[in-house]
Design a protein around this ligand. Structure first.
Ligand code: 5RP
Length: 216
C-alpha cells in the first residue's frame, strides 16, 4: 500500500476512534503517526478530558492542541486508551513498539478499562512476523543480549533510548505462538518489556480500509 493511502486510512481510523471518547473521560494517548491524527480529532471535540501520554512527543503535541495531559500517577484509572500498532493478527495479538514506546504503551493499555487499537488496513496480518521490539535495561546489556541470543537473532536498534533510559532492540527470530514467545522474552533478565500485546488486552481494533471504517 502507498504511504499516502496508508496515511489517509490512519487518519480515518483515528478520527473514528476519537468519537468513542466521551466527556469527562480519562484517556491514555499512544504514540506514533496514527496517534498524531487522533490528537487533533480529539482536541476538536472540545471535551473535558484528563489525558496521560505514552511519550514526550505525544505529550508535546497534545498540550499544543490544548488537551490536558497529567502525570499518570495523578489518575486513579483510565476509561480508555487509544494507540496504533505495527501489526494486528487475526487472533487479536498485536505487535507494537515501532516507535520504541511499547513499555509505556503497555502500562497505559493495561491500566485502561478499554484499549482501542487504531490501524490502517496494511497492519492486519494473518500471523505476526518479526521484528518484535524490545526495551532493555542498559545495566548488564551484554549479558541480556547473550540471554536473548538463545531465543533468536536480536539486534540493537539505531534509536535514542526510551524516556526511561531503556535501550531499544528488535527480535528477528520466529514468532510462532506469540504467548510462548512473550513468556520467553519476559523471562530474560534485563528485558524491560517486549512489543507483543496479548489479544486479551485489546478491546477493539478500529481499522480503515479504502474509505470505510470497521470495528473488529
Ligand atoms: C510506537 C508504536 C506505534 O503505535 C506503532 O509503531 C504504530 O506506529 P504508526 O502509527 O506510526 O504506524 O507502537 O511505539
Amino acid at each position: 500500500m502507498g504511504a499516502g493511502r496508508a496515511d489517509a486510512e490512519k487518519k480515518m481510523a483515528a478520527e473514528a476512534a476519537a468519537e468513542l471518547v466521551e466527556d469527562g473521560m480519562s484517556v491514555g494517548l499512544g504514540t506514533g503517526s496514527t496517534v498524531a491524527h487522533l490528537l487533533p480529532a480529539l482536541a476538536a471535540r472540545d471535551l473535558d478530558l484528563r489525558c496521560v501520554a505514552t511519550s514526550p512527543q505525544t505529550e508535546h503535541q497534545a498540550r499544543e492542541l490544548g488537551l490536558a495531559v497529567e502525570d499518570f500517577d495523578a489518575l486513579v484509572r483510565l476509561d480508555i486508551a487509544i494507540d496504533g500498532a505495527d501489526q494486528v493478527a487475526a487472533d487479536g495479538w498485536a505487535i507494537k513498539g515501532g516507535g520504541g514506546a511499547h513499555t509505556r504503551e503497555k502500562i497505559v493499555a493495561a491500566a485502561a478499562e478499554r484499549f482501542v487499537v487504531i490501524v490502517d488496513s496494511g497492519k492486519l496480518v494473518d500471523e505476526l512476523t518479526p521484528p518484535v521490539p524490545l526495551e532493555l535495561l542498559e545495566f548488564g546489556l551484554s549479558a541480556t543480549l547473550r540471554g536473548l541470543g538463545g531465543l533468536g537473532d536480536v539486534r540493537r536498534r539505531d534509536a535514542p533510548p526510551s524516556p526511561d533510559g531503556g535501550l531499544i532492540a528488535d527480535y528477528f527470530g520466529a514468532v510462532g505462538d506469540p504467548a510462548e514467545l512473550a513468556a520467553r522474552l519476559s523471562a530474560v533478565p534485563g528485558v524491560v518489556d517486549h512489543g507483543l500485546f496479548p489479544a486479551a488486552m485489546v478491546s477493539e481494533v478500529v481499522v480503515a480500509r479504502e474509505g470505510s471504517v470497521e470495528r473488529l
